[in-house]
Design a binder for this molecule. Structure first.
Ligand code: EPU
Length: 432
């Protein structure tokens, strides 16, 4: 297992380039299952979850070609299998995104239930209820969901809870259904809009994506398309907080500031100076970080995927802040690791009370999930001495060479392989 070693205390300076959004590219790749024609995606991040999704589609008989520079070509001419096994789904919950497209195109799907994960129970009951409304017969047996339908038909779907991948699954399935589907209380994340844009290019009739009601008028077939995936707003936010916590002055390129409105507004409250351009931002760290409370909510509110990173920053604020997590019931696994580095945090129910000004010191810490891992890197940038983060495979699921990108803007950071050899030397330089 690889590790990352960071020596804290260096301000950041320079330019960092953001990649395509993992959580947009994952459903975009799955959308290619809806047509026998090729779908070409650009700006796809070269992260492990996308590779895994490529394998899932390959198992169904699709040709998936990863090209240099973030282009992926997918041609699902014929589906030879419609089963996503437990072995695959347990490594990546987002595999559940194949359910809607498979039932819609092949009339059948057998997909393992994902089970709980490091941040919560994360059931998929809302995906299944919605597919049933669209006319699919759902059976759950031996840990697998088996879905069948001659042809799906449009329906009115009211989600009890906002679900991102649930909204995406329905949007894909309803695109090939007979008649109109109306989804209410739909997720409004930019990733939903990105998927809708791709589906519309493929011939789907979708209105309202980005709002809470989405209307889909089903069509008999979809065709191929070429599409650029949106920039990753969570990677962007992670680098913005890196600058805030380490100090310095950086430029973040190839990002889309409006997708981060709630995060930017919150960080401005803490004293960060942010100059927004059309696809870039200049970030200047404050001398003193002010505390500010935050509650995670669905988009356009403050995202749960930035909660852990924000908590790292608040450990260095000039007072006490309260961070409330409302999306996932167990997303505080990073707290114990931050405490090992000297952070002063008390968890009360779903609220973390963070007392700032804690002098962090380097320690051996363990990554528990993707965003918790990012939070530990950020804390390490502010800590005195050396931090070693173990189990960084979590990080590589969703961040492309984050260690190299941080080194490119001045962080003292290195990756070591299992044998303790410096792994970073073997890799080509990341884009600045
Ligand atoms: N929920 C249900 N039943 C369902 C679906 C969801 O109870 O059928 C609950 C969940 O347990 C959770 C809440 O609804 O409490 C919201 O979950 P949601 O379905 O929106 O999450 P998701 O679609 O599984 C996506 C992202 C996550 C991100 C969340 C919330 C992808 C591939 N994943 O997950 O990203 O945290 O939305 O914004 O898009 C990450 O990138 O680190 C990550 C975890």
């Amino acid at each position: 297992m690889e590790k990352i070693r960071i020596v804290g205390g260096r301000p950041l300076e320079g330019t960092v380039r953001i990649g395509g959004a993992k959580n947009a590219a994952l459903p975009d790749v799955c959308a290619a299952l809806l047509t026998e024609k090729p779908v070409i995606l650009h700006n796809v991040p070269e992260v492990r979850d996308i590779r895994t999704m490529g394998h899932v589609l390959g198992d169904f008989g699709a040709d998936v070609e990863f090209k240099v520079g973030g282009t992926v070509e997918i041609a699902a001419r014929k589906l030879t299998s419609v089963e996503a096994t437990y072995e695959l789904v347990k490594t990546m919950r987002a595999s559940v995104l194949v359910l809607g497209p498979l039932v819609a195109r092949a009339g059948r799907a057998r997909v393992s239930l994902p089970g709980g994960c490091a941040i919560g129970a994360r059931p998929i009951n809302l995906h299944l209820q919605a597919l049933e409304k669209l006319g699919a017969t759902i059976r759950v047996e031996s840990g697998y969901v088996e879905a069948q339908a001659e042809r799906l038909r449009g329906a009115e779907i009211q989600f009890d809870t906002v679900t991102v991948t649930g909204t995406e699954n329905v949007m894909m399935a309803a695109s090939l259904a007979h008649g109109e589907t109306i989804m209410r209380n739909a997720a409004q994340e930019p990733e939903i809009v990105d998927l809708a844009d791709l589906l519309i290019k493929m011939g789907a009739r979708i209105q309202g994506a980005g709002g809470s009601t989405i209307r889909i008028d089903g069509v008999p077939t979809l065709h191929g398309a070429e599409h650029h995936v949106i920039p990753d707003r969570i990677e962007t936010g992670t680098f913005v907080i890196a600058c805030a916590i380490a100090g310095g002055d950086i430029e973040v390129r190839n990002c889309h500031p409006p997708h981060l409105r709630a995060v930017i507004d919150k960080l401005r409250e803490t004293g960060l100076r942010v100059e927004e351009g059309p696809d870039n931002m200049r970030i200047r760290a404050p001398r003193t970080v002010r505390p500010s409370d935050v509650t995670t909510v669905p988009h356009p509110g403050f995202p749960t995927d930035m909660q852990a990173q924000y908590m790292a920053l608040m450990t260095q604020a000039s007072g006490t802040s309260r961070i409330t997590e409302t999306i996932f019931e167990n997303r505080y696994m990073h707290v114990a690791e931050l405490q090992r580095m000297g952070a002063n945090i008390r968890v009360d129910g779903n609220t973390a009370i963070v007392t700032g000004h804690a002098p962090l010191s380097g320690a051996q810490v363990m990554a528990t999930d993707l965003r918790a891992s990012a939070c530990l890197l950020l804390a390490a940038l502010a800590a005195r001495g050396e931090t070693v983060v173990d189990r960084i495979y979590h990080l590589d699921r969703g961040y492309y060479r984050i260690d190299e990108k941080l080194r490119g803007i001045g962080a003292d950071i290195e990756r070591f392989d299992q044998g303790g050899r410096r792994a970073t030397d073997a890799l080509p330089a990341a884009e600045a």
